[in-house]
Write a protein that binds this ligand. Sequence first.
Ligand code: PS7
Ligand code: MN
Ligand code: MN
Ligand code: MN
Ligand code: MN
Ligand code: MN
Length: 352
Amino acid sequence: VHHRDRSKETPTEASCFHYLNLTSRSFSSVIQELNPELLMPVTLFYLVLRGLDTIEDDMTLDIKVKEPLLRNFHEKIEVDGWTFNDSGPNEKDRELLVHFDDIITELHKVKPEYFVVIKDIARQMGNGMADFALNGDHDKYGVITIKDYELYCHYVAGLVGDGLTRLFVESKLANPALLSRPELAEAMGQFLQNVNIIRDIKEDFDEGKKWWPKEVWSKHVDNMEDLFKPEYRQQALWCSSEMVLNALKHADDCLYYMAGVRDQSCFNFVAIPQTMAIATLDAVFMNPAIFEKNVKITKGDACQLMIESTQNLRLVCEVFRRYARRIHRKADPRDPNYFAICIQCGKIEQFI
Ligand code: PS7
Ligand code: MN
Ligand code: MN
Ligand code: MN
Ligand code: MN
Ligand code: MN
């Protein structure tokens, strides 16, 4: 049941949904089923952040062009008719920037309370992305400390959690108490982004993006590229298991966050990506294939998760427990992180 009513859509509204469908595999359907009050604000929020990410990801853009574009993107959304035509090769996402005037037209129609949230998060995210894009050593080392890694994940995902929470509370669709526990929204974003960065390791590395922190990989290999060499497979696996452990630490706060979401459509929207994330964590855990290709959960599992994520918190906790048990069973006593992983899984298995 989409809340879109195509017969009443303006051409620019229809254009926004076109770019939503074009640029998102995982979010487009859940967003389109959102409560009508938040349908357009969240669609536009997504498209603004997707625009930022397209600029961030474009390794063909000169840093002299990229940096100011990221830092001032929140000002561009004020300018009627603004578009960007010089973005690089990613064809689908490029289209979004070429037609960004349509998104801006619709942004100017949303309630000011929602617009300020979108603008504020775009400002913070753009500046954070610019800081990391500017890091001169990135080509050589990428992210250095776990603290830096968490800061990067805060900019590209924790902030999304903050912005969405403000939209949910403003529209009275979530418990305002969530605003006094900002670490819970942060955990929601960190969990999704940590899993994305683990899963995308090969693809990101090949594109010159090194998001796995040196503080982690240097315990296992001397150079980051060794992670991809067959002779270092065992070390690479222990390294990936430490990345999985870092992600798992956010799981219980995600469950606490979801307890605060009142509206069913918002619950579905926040829960589906989270259950997909813990299932993906199980799929990548102890899986050497991540160093060769992009590992995905099966279509069947994704369908099952959709059903289980659109009912209630009890079922979502059950999904978390199920995947925590699977991860727990795969843990290897020879792994330096074995005990820590067992403890983290145990916490999820015993959650409420
Ligand atoms: C629900 C409290 C506004 C719905 C949803 C576009 C995915 C793209 O895809 O590796 O591998 O190329 O470049 C917290 C979504 C965090 C973010 C971050 C959950 C906006 C989204 C822009 C908070 C999604 C985490 C870059 C930055 O990774 O991606 C609640 C809505 C959520 C967008 C994600 C992605 C970052 C990203 P890809 P990258
Ligand atoms: Mn991206
Ligand atoms: Mn990116
Ligand atoms: Mn076109
Ligand atoms: Mn256009
Ligand atoms: Mn990614």
